[in-house]
Design a protein around this ligand. Structure first.
Ligand SMILES: C[S@@+](CC[C@H](N)C(=O)[O-])C[C@H]1O[C@@H](n2cnc3c(N)ncnc32)[C@H](O)[C@@H]1O
Length: 416
């Protein structure tokens, strides 16, 4: 942590001296060994920034799109109170895993090592659902109680469930072979015991190595988790000194489906609940029933109009709706950022551009325009060129915008 006293840091740029946010090989070797990361920033970037906040005495930090929990892990050794939210129950469990104390993590590893999997049903999904019920806090699906869980409650159950999710992901991963559509639903097939045991061994081995690399949590480190839509007013207004986040992009990434073997377990196999989660994601590829029409800044309206007027198939009748959802959702999210921040509080946001066919969508510029309407002022901004665009991770995006120049932007918004 920086040794600079509060006064010397006061007034300095937050972004000066920070590394390029791009995730590094070391991120992939860390938690990234266990589950794929969609984060736009590295652990090092988050840690450097959080250290600055800690040195400034700004201790209450929120990541409302917490994802796999990079901000949480980055804050472990700092005297901070970090709140992580995500709509995805699997992401919420990952955030809990990465921020737990070491003894709780080792206990979870032992608990999952000792599970006697019952493969007699002949249906691999049922085998995992049964194991989740066994280690779980309730017979109800995790999704139904995770949002209501008070901090500190059911921690052991959640950590063990997280490991079971990783094991199921691993069994699907090794089934996948060269088939990139591995996130498709399993068809209720049996799972050979040796396949399951190999996956358990591999995951527990990697998880143990990951846990052994984690620092113990700082004695003043506190973490709070919520699992819900960022539009829900579930966090205390005016409480946070800062927000650090990488929001979803308008690139039709389906995070829930990406981790489907885990999501299925956490929704208890309830396909309607799974569909609702997928629809409520910001940037979802699904089309919701109602198309919103809130007043939006001219720059945003122009982009939406250009997409709607594109002469490619279904631009006006179908694809434009995704952008209408995205910007209406981000408008609501940024208004909530304003509510959650203290006066003078700052939001540090990392985003990449996206493309619709040949139309470049300058996501940072548009979010900054939305933020202004929400009452947030632009304080600082740095642009970087990126090679591996997040918008190119989905097959759809790769097809429609191959090898486009993509820019990543880190910007700071201030309340008041
Ligand atoms: C770019 S990722 C964030 C990655 C994160 N920095 C990390 O360390 O993994 C965006 C996240 O936003 C979440 N998300 C999407 N729609 C959401 C919504 N409506 N409310 C809350 N979170 C949402 C996704 O589940 C995803 O985890």
């Amino acid at each position: 942590m920086s040794e600079l006293p509060f006064k010397e840091l006061d007034g300095l740029s937050l972004l000066r001296g920070l590394p390029n946010p791009k995730p590094q090989p070391v991120d992939k070797r860390g938690y990234g060994e266990l589950a794929s990361l969609y984060t736009a920033f590295s652990l090092e970037f988050a840690n450097d920034l959080l250290s600055k906040f800690a040195a400034l005495g700004q201790t209450r930090i929120l990541d409302p799109f917490g994802g796999m929990g990079t901000v949480g892990e980055a804050g472990r050794s700092l005297p901070l109170e970090i709140a992580l939210n995500d709509i995805s129950p699997f992401a919420s469990l990952s955030g809990r895993f990465r921020t737990s104390q070491l003894d709780a993590l080792y206990q979870a590893l032992d608990r999952v090592k000792a599970i006697d999997f019952d493969v007699s049903s002949g249906d691999e999904r049922e085998v995992f659902l049964k194991a989740v019920r066994e280690v779980g806090a309730s017979e109800e699906p995790v999704l139904t109680w995770i949002g209501l869980t008070k901090d500190g409650e059911n921690q052991a159950e959640m950590l063990a469930t997280h490991l079971l999710c990783l094991i199921r992901i691993e069994t699907h991963r090794s089934n996948r072979g060269s088939n990139p559509t591995w996130t498709k639903k399993a068809s209720g097939e049996a799972i050979p015991r040796d396949h399951l045991e190999n996956a358990r061994l591999l995951v527990l081995d990697k998880a143990a190595s990951y846990v052994s690399s984690l620092p113990e949590t700082h004695s003043d480190f506190k973490v709070y988790h919520t699992c819900g839509d960022v539009s829900d007013p579930q966090l205390v207004d005016g409480k946070f000194d800062a927000i650090l986040t990488s929001p979803p992009y308008p690139n039709r990434t389906d995070y829930i489906r990406h981790y489907l073997p885990a999501t299925e377990l956490l929704v208890g196999g309830d396909e309607a609940a799974e569909r609702r989660l997928r629809e409520d994601q910001i940037g979802t590829p699904l089309i919701r029933k109602e198309v919103p029409n809130p007043p939006l800044p001219e720059s945003v309206v122009n982009i939406i109009d250009r997409i709607g007027a594109h002469d490619s198939y279904a631009s006006a009748s179908y694809y434009v709706k995704g952008y209408q959802f995205y910007f209406a959702d981000m408008d609501r999210a940024l208004r909530n950022f304003h509510r959650w921040l203290k006066d003078g509080g700052k939001a540090v946001i990392v985003v990449q551009d996206a493309y619709y066919k040949d139309i470049r969508i300058p996501v940072a510029d548009l979010l900054i325009d939305l933020a202004k309407v929400a009452g947030l002022t632009l304080d600082e901004r740095i642009d970087f060129k990126v090679k591996q665009a997040l918008s190119n991770l989905s097959a759809h995006a790769r097809k429609s915008a191959p090898k486009k120049h993509v820019q990543e932007t880190c910007f700071v918004l201030r309340k008041g």
